[in-house]
Design a protein around this ligand. Sequence first.
Ligand SMILES: Nc1ncnc2c1ncn2[C@@H]1O[C@H](COP(=O)(O)OP(=O)(O)OP(=O)(O)O)[C@@H](O)[C@H]1O
Ligand SMILES: [Mg+2]
Length: 274
Amino acid sequence: MIRFDHVHKEYPDGTIAVDDFTLEVPSHEVVVLLGSSGCGKTTLMRMVNRMVDPSSGSVSIDGDDVAHSDPVKLRRSIGYVMQSGGLLPHRTVVDNIATVPLLLGATRRSAHARASELLDLVGLEQSVAKRYPSQLSGGQRQRIGVARALASDPNILLMDEPFGAVDPVVRAELQRELLHLQNELAKTILFVTHDVDEAFLLGQQVLVLRTGAEVAQHGSPANILLDPADDFVANFIGGPRRHLRTEMRDGRHIVVDAAGHVTGVLQDDRGAAG
Ligand SMILES: Nc1ncnc2c1ncn2[C@@H]1O[C@H](COP(=O)(O)OP(=O)(O)OP(=O)(O)O)[C@@H](O)[C@H]1O
Ligand SMILES: [Mg+2]
């Protein structure tokens, strides 16, 4: 469990990125931070692995304040898929994936065996192992980012717009694969996106944020879709425009827009949907 307790972040130039934010991310759940550019999502995420320290308030993992942990050890114990991908350009795919296991003292042989297992897990051919990041497609790079974050089998995954840089078809494929992986791995995942559909597809809980990481609404996808807290949330999720409603179809709750297009399947049915 990750807990943010009244965290506040003012950067040295006076920018208040986060103003009094509190949240509990339960173990084995996916919680999504949804909000526009600059609202403080990356800042919040980086407080978990101490790439950013809060100006006040605290972040704890399973009850232990991260401020008391060694930042390097902490970072190696948490999977982080960076917004920009963050692959090391001069290292091959296999070495990129093996980075953390090697730092943690795994032998080269076992780290490479693990990397090869992870290539399978994220749906890539073994033949990409010897390539460099520049020799991959955007979707392949994003899969490698996910593989690298999973390499040391961390309990917590921080995913900062991990599927931002790919076309909608690949993005949908990556989202499906993440749901599939999560069904097996049951990690505690804090996921950041500004894509409304992605947030509702992946999150068991979603937080809609305004500037300063102010929580406009926190709830299940169904809550937020069907009962937006205010005009800001309604506009952000496109509710009034889309006239969203839910329907039962084939035993699953689905979200349908005014034109009858299915815009999503509600999270509560994820188990059943497989
Ligand atoms: N190192 C920094 N120094 C000063 N201001 C910063 C710094 N990093 C971020 N900010 C500012 O803090 C605010 C929140 O930034 P943050 O990167 O957390 O937003 P975000 O929600 O992740 O945005 P995006 O969706 O564009 O990635 C922004 O106003 C940003 O300009
Ligand atoms: Mg960001």
